[in-house]
Design a binder for this molecule. Structure first.
Ligand code: XMP
Ligand code: MG
Length: 179
């Protein structure tokens, strides 16, 4: 275990099993369709990479990078596009792939933004959900795990850009968050 980690919330094995199940669900729901997966950088990168290898219908990728104003562990709700999609999503079956839904403000913005581009369908897949923190109503179609209100890192998720490469989801020691 990494010396900065206080506890592992979700092990590699738990994540692997759940990501496999999500891939199976998506495969079942999109029989005879092509999927365009839109990964939200950078947090969803590792989840997306594992998820798509468990999807058995034709799957295309695009990426968006967004930032909520302000650093640290709280989301402000104001969203800025750092990198937009490469191509039009009009008429495509789009699945937004996110690392975590917290207040829901980022996803609310993304859903409004993408709906305006005329996809054939639009669904949301997130690895993690913190339902207790929700401020706006967003419909999550595929959720890996609901977790308590703790700031987590690993498997793509960061604290000040660190710990993304940990293979599990963990909570750091309090002194690390204090900096
Ligand atoms: P909202 O509040 O807009 O937030 O739903 C979504 C974004 O906030 C970040 N976030 C976290 N990042 N560990 C992280 O590494 C967490 O526990 C956490 N909670 C929220 C994340 O970037 C997400 O896309
Ligand atoms: Mg982050």
């Amino acid at each position: 275990m990494h010396p900065h980690v206080e506890k592992i919330l979700l092990s590699e094995e738990q994540i692997k099993e759940r990501v496999y199940q999500l891939g199976q669900e998506i495969t079942k729901d999109y029989q005879d369709k092509d999927i365009l997966v839109v990964g939200i950088l950078k947090g969803a990168m590792i989840f997306l990479a594992d998820l798509v290898r468990n999807i058995e219908v034709p799957t295309f990728f695009d990426f968006m990078a967004v930032s909520s104003y302000g650093a640290g562990t709280v989301s402000s709700g104001a969203v800025r596009i750092l990198k937009d999609l490469d191509k039009s999503i009009e008429g495509k079956h789009v699945i937004i792939v996110e690392d975590i839904v917290d207040t829901g403000l980022t996803l609310q913005y993304l859903v409004e933004n993408m709906k305006a581009r005329g996809p054939a369908s639009l669904k949301i897949c997130t690895l993690l959900d913190k339902p207790s923190r929700r401020k706006v109503d967003v419909t999550v179609d595929y959720n890996g795990f609901s977790i308590p209100d703790e700031f987590v890192v690993g498997y793509g998720l960061d604290f000040n850009e660190r710990y993304r490469n940990l293979p599990y989801i963990a909570v750091l020691k309090p002194e690390i968050y204090r900096g």
